[in-house]
Design a protein around this ligand. Sequence first.
Ligand code: ATP
Ligand code: MG
Length: 261
Amino acid sequence: MNGQVLRMSGVTVRRGEAELLREVDWTVEEDERWAVLGPNGAGKTTLLSVAAAQLAPDSGTVGVLGEPPAGAGATELRSMVGFAGSAVANRIPDSMAVLDLVISAAYGYLGRFGEEYGTVDYGRGRALLARWGVGRLADRRFGTLSEGERKRVLIARALMADPELLLLDEPAAGLDLGGREDLLGRLGVLADDLDAPALVIVSHHVEEIPPGFTHVLMMRDGAVTAAGPMEYAMTGENLSETFGLPLKVEHDGQRWSARAV
Ligand SMILES: Nc1ncnc2c1ncn2[C@@H]1O[C@H](COP(=O)(O)OP(=O)(O)OP(=O)(O)O)[C@@H](O)[C@H]1O
Ligand SMILES: [Mg+2]
């Protein structure tokens, strides 16, 4: 593998008259950690669905891990991309046990029953839950979890198959201050881990970008407004264009913050 885990070229997604994604070009290398920013409705979740090989574009090309996502091996390919977010959470039955949910991802299925799982899978599932601070929830039903607990369980699940690419859609949304800071710390540890997959997180807030993230992609109305290494692309000018109001941005060496001018 040449180190490139995701490549999009001219990707366009249409629904009726609307263009959800417009001519998106984007590449992610295996050692990169990307933050995707943009206002509500910008197309961020749509972008992740395409990257996760769960949605095919109407035009343009997508290479996930060097293969076109449609066709042979699509299920296997999907298991090489971890995806956590409300688009995934909405498809999980409330009655599903947390540990079953996590380990069923080992084979790229969403909570499919009747598979044969081994002791190794159960051990790995419990270890992942513990690593994300929710080990005590292994035997609970998914429907009984709080918003913050769900987010952590879904990240553990997304890592179960040891993916090459991890996509997290708004991992910190809805968390309280302590929960957010704890989660960002854990994501920062992942970002610094050389063995970790390529990472992409979607957020509305620059304050939710974990330390160690290297690149930013900004989008508005389905189109990319800026993309590149943090130190070049994360500017007040780019943020202002993306969110449609004058903003200034600051960096304290670890974390970003932004406010209206
Ligand atoms: N089937 C559809 N038909 C028409 N428009 C759609 C359809 N599905 C999604 N959209 C629109 O596509 C746009 C992009 O949606 P998407 O969920 O990707 O945005 P987002 O950037 O993730 O927003 P948010 O920050 O609110 O999660 C939205 O305006 C949404 O209403
Ligand atoms: Mg979204």
